[in-house]
Design a protein around this ligand. Structure first.
Ligand SMILES: Cc1ncc(COP(=O)(O)O)c(C=O)c1O
Length: 362
């Protein structure tokens, strides 16, 4: 048809281009609903506080016409000092999700298995598939904690990595130091264990594992942290891994070059300079979390131990309808249909709105 749809991309869903079948079968990334006017976006576990002026100034100082030194020597040295390791035992990524991807690419080959809890971080299954591995999902315990004994038992000769998420996104509880130690002692030392502590700074659980204190204790342990959550730099994309140099070298080998920007590195250094201020904000978020959990429990909801900057409501089949109710109240949450809702801890003022929506569900 002259001038018609022939030159558009419409109708090209049946593209002749050959794809890896497991990739073609993956759902394309779908971002959550955007915030409604006058509402609260509590769907991505973001930090509600805007950047410090010093961080904005640091970002403005970066020379955007030059490539960054993407290995980030100054920031790695600083993080190394902080965690009592050498700069070579620290590796930076464009968010910790990039690091997860690199480590999985480094260890997986066709037939490799990657054990992780489920439900856990929604990116895990896709990252494993893209790396060429097969995910082995181990159900959470009834209190929404990792079942570390079952995870250790799920390790086979085919296992190349185990992902442990503490506090667990989206359910909230941490993994205990005692449970993690027992788990690590059972997992063979040729299986990489990635301890994903994206939300560690929000935890107030005295029993929780603290990856920073365990560095060097097992040769197969790598700890992942991020500047996205507690440090409020999600938009700049900056995460880091701490672990044995030869494992980090494998991640460096598969990393997309130059993906950690100069802005992100400068912002990370300035954030560390202002740690007290930023951790005071974290304390504020923890206080807001306490009010929200208390309010939800008073309404009769069974809320698992919330140690991240989010709470979990296991609403099962009522999830999709509940998502609509929150949306009508101007609150955007993350719904996992058939399972539950995750509500991020946002502005202090958001608590009343969230509780009003929750009350409408009773
Ligand atoms: C458990 C967990 N790990 C890692 C990430 C990745 O965060 P980023 O790539 O922003 O560092 C997230 C983000 O939501 C997360 O929830």
């Amino acid at each position: 048809m002259p001038g018609g749809a022939a030159n558009t991309l419409e109708g090209m869903a049946d593209s002749p281009v050959r794809m890896r079948p497991e990739i073609a079968a993956l759902p394309a990334y779908k971002q959550g609903r955007q915030a409604v006017a006058d509402g609260y976006k509590l769907s991505s576990n973001e930090n509600p506080f805007g950047p410090l002026v010093e961080i904005v100034e640091a970002v403005a100082r970066a020379e955007v016409n030059r490539y960054p030194d993407a290995t980030g020597p100054a920031l790695r040295a600083r993080l190394g000092e902080r965690f009592g390791v050498g700069a070579q035992e620290v590796h930076l990524g464009a968010g910790s999700v990039a690091l997860l991807s690199q480590f999985l690419l480094a260890v997986c080959e066709p037939g490799s298995e990657v054990v992780h809890a489920w439900r856990s971080f929604e990116a895990y299954p896709g990252l494993v598939t893209v790396a060429g591995g097969t995910g082995v999902r181990v159900p959470l315990l009834p209190d929404a904690r990792h079942d570390l004994d079952a995870m250790a038992a799920a390790v086979t000769d085919a296992t190349r990595a185990v992902l442990v998420c503490s506090p667990n996104n989206p359910t909230g509880p941490t993994v205990s130091l005692e449970g993690f130690t027992r788990f690590m002692d059972r997992v063979p030392s040729d299986v990489l264990v990635l301890l994903d502590e994206a939300y560690a700074e929000f935890s107030r659980d005295p029993e929780a594992v603290d990856g920073a204190a365990l560095i060097g204790r097992w040769p197969n342990l790598v700890v992942l942290r991020t500047f996205s959550k507690a440090w409020g730099l999600a938009g700049l994309r900056l995460g880091y891994a701490i672990g044995p140099e030869h494992i980090l070298d494998a991640a460096r080998a598969v990393a997309v070059p130059l993906s950690v920007t100069g802005q992100a590195q400068l912002a990370g250094l300035v954030a560390l300079d202002h740690e007290d201020l930023l951790l005071a904000r974290v304390a504020d978020i923890v206080e807001t979390r306490g009010r929200l959990v208390e309010g939800l429990r008073a309404l009769g909801f069974d809320v698992p131990d919330a140690q991240g900057n989010f709470v979990w409501l296991a609403l099962g089949e009522r999830t999709a309808a509940a998502d609509d109710v929150f949306h009508e109240h101007g609150v955007v949450v993350r719904a996992f249909p058939g399972e539950g809702l995750r509500i991020s801890i946002g502005e202090r003022e958001s608590v009343d709105r969230v509780l009003a929506a929750a009350a409408a569900l009773r």
